[in-house]
Design a binder for this molecule. Structure first.
Ligand code: ATP
Ligand code: MG
Length: 409
């Protein structure tokens, strides 16, 4: 049995703009990172209704090293032992107009998958369809997608207005239309009046908005966002989460959002996919994934795992399967309090207390073996009272319906 607390710590994971340009130079010029197809409308229903915005079929990506030590695709003859399997076979449909998140730990293949959808990486195997069309071998500029990178990749010497207009200039959109669209995009991200500033004169959150405006101005049908809020502090990140979601609802563009922050994915997504080691372990709504985790991994990554397995599960639940119980579903009572007929229950000792302000987290060593994490709202409990509970004998009680069976994935 194992418990796990997820920290929303961020790891820098996006390649900066310049390497992206180098990589794609043979296929296109600078424009590839910002240009999209000409303006399109986004009806909620059309002849293609029901066709997914993005379909991934058997997608695989290997990386390897060639003789010169350069990073190259594994298909180029690198010894098999050198091959890194970044994406190990993904099948996925993302619906038109959906806010879809790819959630998973560092190295699980999220960015690689996103870069294949954008066209910055070619798959080793499998197909990518955008709105029903096979784009697997098309260069980035020939796909109706835009990408917002974690480091924003703004041009520091250009004004905000010029940064946002860049993709339109490259596509030779007439000046009057360009100005109107830039103004529109800046209004959307609440940056009217900032046209003449340079990125260095903006806050982190404002730079993030410029990066978003620069992608939205191209009116892509699909917007790819790789940890776009990773560089912001917690407070601003939470504000931007709400804002991004409302912008997405206003423009109805399909957003594909990469994050390793489970809270972020649960807050923002219509649906999410949980990645682990280059595969998807579960796809569903936030409630599906949180309340009915398909595997041990999902139970632990999206929340605190609180697994009951083996002897412990047999003693407490009377079953040999593996279960998870969410910490907020468990009540702490006196050891001699009697559980109700529809309740599961276990006795133990409070091993650790973590005071979190609104809540307190108790780590309880169970008499039947293993540990459970319990969170309780501090309704009438002071921090002193909470902290003094350490070492106390307790009974844990929860409704049997909150025993969630999980697979072994
Ligand atoms: N160009 C490359 N060459 C070799 N290996 C790579 C390359 N890009 C990614 N990888 C490897 O592929 C795996 C998946 O990487 P990827 O960047 O997709 O992970 P991620 O889920 O985005 O992680 P993070 O949350 O840290 O950004 C990792 O093991 C990574 O080291
Ligand atoms: Mg990444």
């Amino acid at each position: 049995m194992r418990s796990r607390v997820i920290q929303p710590a961020k790891l820098a994971n996006c390649l900066p703009l310049v390497p992206l340009i180098d990589e794609t130079r043979t296929r296109s010029r600078l424009a590839v990172t910002t240009a999209a197809q000409p303006a399109t409308t986004h009806p909620t229903t059309d002849a293609g209704a029901g066709v997914p915005a993005v379909r991934l079929e058997g997608l695989v990506k290997h990386f390897g090293n060639d003789a010169a030590g350069r990073r190259v695709a594994g298909a180029t003859g690198a010894p098999v032992s050198d091959v890194i399997v970044a994406v190990a076979g993904i099948d996925l449909d993302i619906r038109d107009g959906e806010f879809f998140s790819m959630l998973g730990p560092s190295g699980s293949g999220k960015t690689t998958t996103l870069r294949m959808i954008a066209g910055f990486e070619l798959p080793t195997a499998g197909r990518i369809l955008l709105h029903g069309e096979d784009v697997t071998n098309r260069p980035p500029f020939d796909r109706d997608v835009n990408t917002v990178f974690q480091d924003y990749a703004l041009f520091p010497h250009m004004t905000v207005g010029d940064n946002v207009a860049y993709g339109l200039v490259v596509r030779k959109v007439p000046k009057a239309e360009r100005q109107a669209r830039v103004a529109d995009a800046l209004r959307m991200v609440r940056l009217e009046g900032y046209e003449r500033r340079r990125p260095g004169q903006l806050s982190g959150g404002q730079r993030q908005r410029v990066a978003l405006a620069r992608a939205l101005v191209n009116r892509p049908r699909v917007l790819l966002l790789d940890e776009p809020l990773g560089a912001l502090d917690l407070k601003l990140r939470e504000e931007m989460q709400i804002e991004l979601k409302s912008i997405q609802q206003a423009v109805r563009i399909t957003f594909i959002y990469v994050t390793h922050d489970q809270q972020e994915a649960l807050t923002m997504s219509d649906r999410l996919a949980v990645f682990n080691r280059g595969r998807i372990e579960q796809v569903g709504t936030p409630a599906d994934v949180y309340e009915r985790p398909a595997t041990r991994f999902v139970a632990g990554f999206v929340g605190t795992s609180n697994l009951l397995a083996g002897e412990t599960a047999r003693a407490i639940i009377g079953s040999d399967r593996t279960y998870t119980v969410r910490p907020e579903k468990i009540r702490l009572t006196d050891p001699d309090a009697a559980p109700g007929p529809d309740e599961a229950s276990a006795t133990g000792t409070i091993r650790e207390v973590v005071y979190l302000g609104p809540d307190t987290r108790y780590i309880v060593a169970l008499d039947a073996g293993g540990e459970l994490v319990v969170t309780q709202q501090n309704l009438a409990t002071s921090s002193m009272e909470a902290l003094s509970a350490k070492g106390r004998a307790v009974r844990l009680t929860w409704k049997r319906q909150h025993n969630l069976p999980v697979g072994d994935g």
